[in-house]
Design a binder for this molecule. Sequence first.
Ligand SMILES: Nc1ncnc2c1ncn2[C@@H]1O[C@H](COP(=O)(O)OP(=O)(O)OP(=O)(O)O)[C@@H](O)[C@H]1O
Ligand SMILES: [Mg+2]
Length: 241
Amino acid sequence: MISVERLTVDFGQGPILDSLNFSVAPGEISAIMGLSGGGKSTLLRCLSGLIVPQAGTITICDRQMPQDLPEIRSSMGMVFQTSALFDSLSVYQNVAFAIRRRGTPQQKEQLSQTIHQALNVVGLDPEEDGVKMPSELSGGMKKRVGMARAIVLEPKIMLYDEPTTGLDPISTEVIDGLISKINNEAKTTTVLVSHDVASCCRTADRIWFLENGTFTFCGSPSEFLNSKTPAIQNMLRSVRF
Ligand SMILES: Nc1ncnc2c1ncn2[C@@H]1O[C@H](COP(=O)(O)OP(=O)(O)OP(=O)(O)O)[C@@H](O)[C@H]1O
Ligand SMILES: [Mg+2]
């Protein structure tokens, strides 16, 4: 479903991604972990066509970057760390904007039904929460709106960049549950970037560990927890107490 081969990205001070290989099978949730500044967001930006790599190939749903970028983009939903909502638009309008930008015209009634459905999936009340402005939302609610805005376009691929950063453990668990639910019910293929070991182990089928521009580990959550890779052991030691 997603296949990345020998991907190299260099912003001018040595490669951030160095001939990296990565793949995600249909319906799978792959989580990417690694130290800050390691290039996780850079990889997601390459997958969504926001960065053009120096070398390598990216194939998504049998389509190739960069020539098939519009088709690839239209099959993709992205949830950013900052939620990236429009502050001057209500929750409802933020989701509606995503549909209008896609350019598929919908009757007002149908539009409203689609938005209601997406807000319900992420546990927001379309009537009560739909009219709220982003400034009135908690961090967790903003993430949910970001997720509703992505799933309303019925993507085949979902990309999440640190969707639980800044949330308390309970809200984190709720967002993790939603990521799994969206993946199962909408039959999406998911790439999740996260620093949260518990989140990754709960939601992911496979965990990848990025180090010095390449993946030094790929395995199941239980293999991750038992890995002898020094950088993973260091990370796991830091979350045990
Ligand atoms: N557009 C850019 N121009 C120049 N350098 C960049 C650009 N984007 C990222 N970088 C650099 O590439 C490196 C990797 O950044 P990236 O944001 O991908 O890391 P990350 O693994 O997502 O980190 P974090 O966990 O802190 O989010 C960093 O050193 C960053 O400064
Ligand atoms: Mg990042």
